[in-house]
Design a protein around this ligand. Structure first.
Ligand SMILES: NC(=O)C1=CN([C@@H]2O[C@H](COP(=O)(O)OP(=O)(O)OC[C@H]3O[C@@H](n4cnc5c(N)ncnc54)[C@H](O)[C@@H]3O)[C@@H](O)[C@H]2O)C=CC1
Ligand SMILES: O=C(O)[C@H]1O[C@H](OP(=O)(O)OP(=O)(O)OC[C@H]2O[C@@H](n3ccc(=O)[nH]c3=O)[C@H](O)[C@@H]2O)[C@H](O)[C@@H](O)[C@@H]1O
Length: 444
């Protein structure tokens, strides 16, 4: 079976590399030529643990190729995965332009039997629409079936997830095509769920919406914990031991970011709204998240009044650890507010600095280490729980900063430990530690 993967972003490249790893012949195609040139040299355009090594291994073993040539990508393919982006439009609905462009290109070049597998997250009904579109535009001799195979990997652990995912969902109206795709995936050894196409599309949105709901729920509980003097870490542990609730996705913080939860929750609200159904619960989840992303900023404003001229370090920029992805990152949301308030902002992230530069330009100072970022600052904001940031001792904050005030959006440190140092440490859903000399006046 000759497999082509279209779109070499976080999903497409990881999918292509892992399909090659389980023994398939794979060509990865992208319209972005410079990106393809990089990959041809064995360099991954994205940061994802383990990806570079696996990519080079499979290229060397002759199972993985890259091309920017459409005819080469589609002409001989038996299976074509579409993994292009489906970003958010201004009204919150999913922009399907890239999926449609890929479908039209496939129609132009395929001349035989082929299965098109849509991996991109698309609104319910899209697979059917793409199937019709291909049928209208394809060559007479081409026989093309569309199958839905949504992706559940997480950035930062994408390779691990490909081999250890909880399930693979295959939505098809053609049982023969479904069997072919199931056989391709068998070597992953992950349970396969077969559904009709619309249910597969809905599973993807419902999964992301449910996970986002868990996060907003625990964040609301954290905010109440602060008011009643409870500790969110203990509360999350306590409820997570109930197997009906489960311990995962109960980490309170400054909300969910990334390229998917924000856009997929909005797209599902839109999808429901288009069908005259108001998804009240999910609208509340989104509203809570928008507030939560600004929580550190709000707390700093409460403590200091004005932030004008304040010297501020932001540690961690990516939307979660182990990725260079800063799309919809909470860090950017509050950095823009800090800049609007004329704070002086210095930033540091172990991996995402280049991507941040493209957005923040010269509005902030870029430090080459966490220690350098903290030097001479009055306030530190922690936006991402990188291991490197979690390992920073309070003594470093005390040594580098002037009367340190730390706002920790990811509960990286132990509050009991914070009590041993002359600093102010404010985290999420836990009692504040207010000990820096300059803060004495602001104590309760
Ligand atoms: N990022 C993630 O963790 C996950 C993403 N998804 C979904 O997968 C899809 C892809 O997401 P990402 O990989 O994050 O996107 P991305 O933005 O990282 O990559 C998309 C790639 O598609 C390429 N592209 C655009 N139009 C093209 C065309 N006509 N032909 C060939 N290539 C084209 C772009 O140049 C880019 O390299 C989205 O629908 C997303 O919702 C699903 C699960 C996880
Ligand atoms: O559709 C997608 O794109 C993907 O979206 C998420 O994956 P991802 O966004 O890569 O990362 P997550 O680990 O889910 O984290 C998302 C956001 O939620 C936040 N989060 C996560 C878990 C938690 O307990 N608390 C919390 O605040 C993270 O900090 C991060 O900002 C899902 O977990 C994947 O299953 C899905 O495939």
């Amino acid at each position: 079976m000759k497999i082509t993967v279209t779109g070499t972003g976080y999903v497409g490249l990881v999918t292509g590399v892992c399909l090659a790893e389980i023994g398939h012949d794979v060509i990865c195609y992208d319209i972005d030529e410079p990106k393809v040139q990089m990959m041809k040299q064995g360099i991954s355009p994205i940061y994802e643990p383990g990806l570079d090594e696996l990519m080079r291994k499979n290229m060397e073993q002759g199972r993985l190729f890259f091309t920017a040539d459409e005819e080469m990508a589609y002409g001989q393919a038996d299976i074509i995965y579409i993994a292009v982006g489906t970003p958010e439009k201004e009204d919150g609905s999913a922009d399907l332009t890239y999926v449609e462009e890929a479908a039209l290109a496939i129609s132009r070049y395929v001349r035989k039997r082929a299965i098109v597998v849509i991996k991109s997250t698309v609104p319910v009904g899209t697979n059917d629409r793409i199937q019709r579109m291909i049928h209208e535009h394809k060559a007479a001799e081409a026989d093309i079936t569309v199958v839905s195979n949504p992706e559940f990997l997480r950035e930062g652990s994408a390779i691990y997830d490909m081999f250890h995912g909880d399930r693979i969902v295959i939505g098809a109206n053609d049982p023969e095509a479904a069997t072919v795709i199931a056989d391709i995936n068998k070597p992953f050894g992950i349970p396969i769920i077969h559904t009709d196409i619309r249910s597969a599309e809905m599973i993807k949105y419902a999964a992301n919406a449910f996970l986002a709901t868990k996060i907003s729920f625990i964040n609301e509980i954290a905010n109440i914990c602060e008011k009643v003097g409870a500790n969110i870490d203990d509360v999350a542990y306590g409820i997570g031991q109930d197997h009906r609730i489960g311990p995962h996705f109960l980490k309170a913080g400054i909300g969910y970011g990334g390229s998917c939860f924000p856009k997929d929750t909005k797209a599902l609200v839109q999808l429901a709204g288009n069908l005259q159904y108001q998804f009240d619960l999910l609208e509340a989840v989104i509203h809570v998240n928008n507030k939560q992303q600004l929580l550190l900023y709000t707390k700093a404003k409460e403590l200091f009044g004005s932030l004008a001229g304040k010297k501020v370090a932001v540690l961690g920029l990516s939307f979660k650890p182990n990725t260079d992805d800063i799309r919809e990152a909470a860090s950017l949301v509050f950095i823009h507010r800090l800049l609007a308030d004329q704070a002086q902002v210095t930033v540091y992230d172990p991996i995402a600095m280049e991507k941040a530069k493209a957005i923040l330009g010269d509005q902030v100072v870029y430090a080459s280490s966490a220690a350098e970022a903290l030097c001479g600052q009055e306030i530190a904001f922690i936006a991402t729980e990188w291991e490197e940031i979690k390992a920073l001792p309070f003594s470093l904050y005390v040594e580098k900063m002037k009367d340190p005030v730390i706002f920790d959006g990811r509960n990286c440190y132990d509050i009991k430990e914070a009590e041993r140092f002359p600093l102010t440490y404010i985290s999420i859903g836990r009692r504040p530690i207010v000990q820096a000399p300059s803060m004495e006046g602001s104590r309760g």
